[in-house]
Design a protein around this ligand. Structure first.
Ligand SMILES: NC(=O)c1ccc[n+]([C@@H]2O[C@H](COP(=O)([O-])OP(=O)(O)OC[C@H]3O[C@@H](n4cnc5c(N)ncnc54)[C@H](OP(=O)(O)O)[C@@H]3O)[C@@H](O)[C@H]2O)c1
Length: 340
């Protein structure tokens, strides 16, 4: 492999300006796909260990969060959007320790405990090591160990960017969060409460208690009630479901309100007709926002819920569970203890 040869040349170069915590080995364990398909295309195998370039950091991954985007990429649903090359390492959510610094990195040092959403256009975190841009990293919350920290970054960032950057949610406003028990939803409801909003959230009967524990003001059991019968005059809807749920969400919005969808671009015509704003939002890697989120976690106002912890080699099982659509909080893959 070209990358392996490249890595050997770089590792033996006497003039390297990089700083490293340990003598690098040339390979690492990773879950890779070589083509699109079902969970059977996930291979636990040796892969070249990546090398940080200028402005990049090599992180020893301790844990990787699992998100629906992982199996959507695996199945090829986003191949027209992200032009991934095979073999591809999946997983864009991680917590770990800084192992090596590329040239010019100044905000982190070897041994720092960090978490990140790496660029989804590049290799992900289902691996012992990952290279991440300095701008995509933040120190992980001190109050969380790596497994719990890995549950946070992607879901919390998209919640933050949807509610605060896009919808400009204000204290006292009314927000409806669909799938309040899911990976994004359970963090979104806590962030909305932290902001001082009045929160409605949907989930099935078995998760109503979780919504109460998360201090949701009006939990809605979508198997028993139509959410539009309970949530009215809403300033912000966070749509994590799409389809019929998105269609029915228009009626709950007040004039000037915001419909923010993570799954499906809402109709611009419909938004104009109703005098509301409706947008699709995609997550952006952002270390500064992750640093803000870490502070909120360490203040005790935000905490991830973990549905399941699985070893890295069981990524296929994790994908099957995620694809069920009924995960409570997050699934996390344990990387470090399994491979070292
Ligand atoms: N645009 C982006 O950048 C971006 C970023 C992150 C996520 N996403 C997308 O957003 C969606 C949600 O992500 P996620 O990580 O939160 O997914 P998830 O964790 O798999 O969501 C599972 C949750 O959905 C709930 N649910 C299922 N059907 C529901 C319904 N009809 N009404 C209300 N709740 C329902 C389930 O609750 P019950 O078990 O109680 O039914 C479960 O707790 C996914 O499609 C994901 O790909 C997009």
């Amino acid at each position: 492999m070209n990358r392996t040869i490249e890595a050997i040349i770089k590792h033996t170069g006497a003039t390297s300006e990089k700083k490293s915590a340990s003598a690098p080995s040339q390979t690492m364990k990773a879950i890779r796909i070589h083509n699109y398909g079902g969970p059977e295309v996930l291979h636990y195998e040796d892969a070249p260990r990546p090398e940080p370039q200028a402005g990049e950091v090599l992180v020893r991954v301790h844990a990787a969060g699992v998100n629906p985007i992982d199996w959507k990429v695996r199945e090829g649903h986003v191949k027209d959007f992200w032009h991934h090359k095979f073999p591809l390492i999946l997983g864009w959510d991680l917590s770990g320790v800084v192992e090596e610094l590329g040239r010019g990195v100044s905000r982190f040092k070897i041994g720092d405990e960090v978490y990140s959403v790496p660029d989804p256009n590049r290799d992900g975190a289902y691996a012992e090591y990952i290279v991440v841009r300095e701008s995509e990293l933040a120190l992980k919350p001190k109050s969380l160990h790596h497994i719990r920290a890995a549950a946070v970054p992607l879901a919390a960032l998209i919640a933050w960017q949807s509610l605060f950057d896009t919808a400009q949610l204000q204290p006292g406003q009314r927000v409806l969060i669909h799938a309040g028990s899911g990976g994004v939803g359970h963090l979104a409801v806590q962030l909305a409460k932290w902001k001082g909003a009045y929160v409605f959230a949907t989930a099935s009967t078995k998760n109503k208690d979780l919504l109460r524990k998360l201090s949701v003001d009006e939990p809605i059991d979508y198997t028993q009630q139509r959410f539009e019968d309970v949530a009215r005059n809403i300033d912000v809807v966070l749509d994590t479901i799409g389809g019929e749920t998105q269609e029915r969400s228009w009626s709950v919005l007040k004039k000037g309100g915001n419909l923010v969808s993570l799954v499906q671009p809402p109709s611009e015509e419909k938004a104009k007709e109703l005098g509301v704003r409706a947008v699709f939002v995609g997550v952006q890697a952002n270390g500064e926002q992750l640093a803000e989120i870490a502070k909120i976690i360490d203040s005790g106002k935000l905490a991830p819920v973990i549905d399941r912890i699985l070893p890295l080699s069981e990524a296929g099982r994790a994908h099957e569970l995620s694809q069920s659509g009924h995960i409570r909080g997050k699934i996390v893959l344990r990387v470090k203890d399994q491979t070292s």
